[in-house]
Design a protein around this ligand. Structure first.
Ligand SMILES: Nc1ncnc2c1ncn2[C@@H]1O[C@H](COP(=O)(O)OP(=O)(O)OP(=O)(O)O)[C@@H](O)[C@H]1O
Length: 256
């Protein structure tokens, strides 16, 4: 069963600056939930608290009954949380497959000695993990690039490798931080379709942090909008899109 992600009353301060101010929202099981807002609204701060990189000053984050606040990132992977960051944390000299297998290693059980001795069960398990990693790459449209070093790929494909690595932990919840940042319009709309397919095919929850309102409106089930660290709207895309405070926040930023 896919658990609910609950973000409860998160406040995050950097010295005198309040990056998040009492932010709450819920990602329903199996839904694609977008967290949007203009520059500096606090989206990445919120993502970083949820994914364990920042410690909240106040508030907590729960996946089902399990409190995530303060949990180490590798424990989160074991719990079924896959994360893809704004600046893909990949190993550029390694191939696409090796990078995706790195995500897979959060699931492998073989100890050091078993691996060093190439025990038959570790060889079998490794083969199974490789097959699954290939399937995930096929699903994300990068199956033809398995043996290409990440450094040789165009930007849009690198992002897909990062998402594949996040999916390799077989997550129940996928956290995506501005996956379309730096992409052109065609790459962005391809990626939006892929993210939508991930939700549909895998049935997992996705929290998508995104600056581009256009990208999320067509694919999100629900949208939370931040501005200056505060939640200013939360609801289905069509409601949020016509919310006067949201329009003001976005137009205000564009005009600035
Ligand atoms: N590590 C940090 N130290 C100090 N201030 C920070 C830090 N990270 C973020 N901030 C500040 O917190 C506020 C929110 O920033 P954040 O990056 O979360 O916004 P954002 O909505 O993700 O913006 P963008 O769309 O530009 O990425 C900003 O004023 C930013 O300068």
């Amino acid at each position: 069963m896919i658990p609910e992600l609950r973000v409860e009353h998160l406040t995050l301060r950097f010295g005198g600056l309040t990056a998040l101010d009492d932010v709450s929202f819920t990602v329903r099981p199996g839904s694609l939930h977008a967290l949007i807002g203009p520059n500096g609204a606090g989206k990445s701060s919120c993502f970083n608290v949820i994914s364990g990189l920042y410690h909240a000053t106040e508030g907590r984050v729960l996946l089902g009954d399990t409190e995530l606040t303060g949990m180490r990132p590798h424990k989160m992977a074991k719990l079924g949380i896959g994360r893809a960051f704004q600046n893909a944390a990949l190993s550029p000299g390694s191939t696409v497959l090796d990078n995706v297998m790195l995500g897979r290693h959060a699931l492998t059980r073989g100890g050091f000695l078993e691996c060093a001795l190439r025990a038959p069960w570790t060889v079998r398990a490794e083969r199974k993990h490789t097959e699954r990693a290939k399937e995930i790459c096929d699903f994300l449209g990068i199956g033809r690039l398995l043996h290409t070093p990440v450094a040789a790929l165009p930007y849009g494909e690198v992002k897909r490798v990062d998402i594949a690595r996040a999916l390799a932990v077989e997550p129940v919840l996928l956290l995506l931080d501005e996956p379309a940042a730096g992409m052109n319009a065609a790459e962005t709309s391809d990626l939006a379709a892929t993210i939508h397919d991930v939700r549909d095919e895998l049935g997992i929850s996705i929290l998508l942090v995104e600056h581009d309102m256009g990208l999320v409106m067509g694919i999100a089930d629900r949208v939370t909008v931040l501005d200056f660290g505060r939640r200013i709207a939360d609801g289905p895309p069509h409601e949020v899109q016509s919310d006067p405070e949201v329009i003001r926040a976005y137009l205000g930023t564009e005009a600035a």
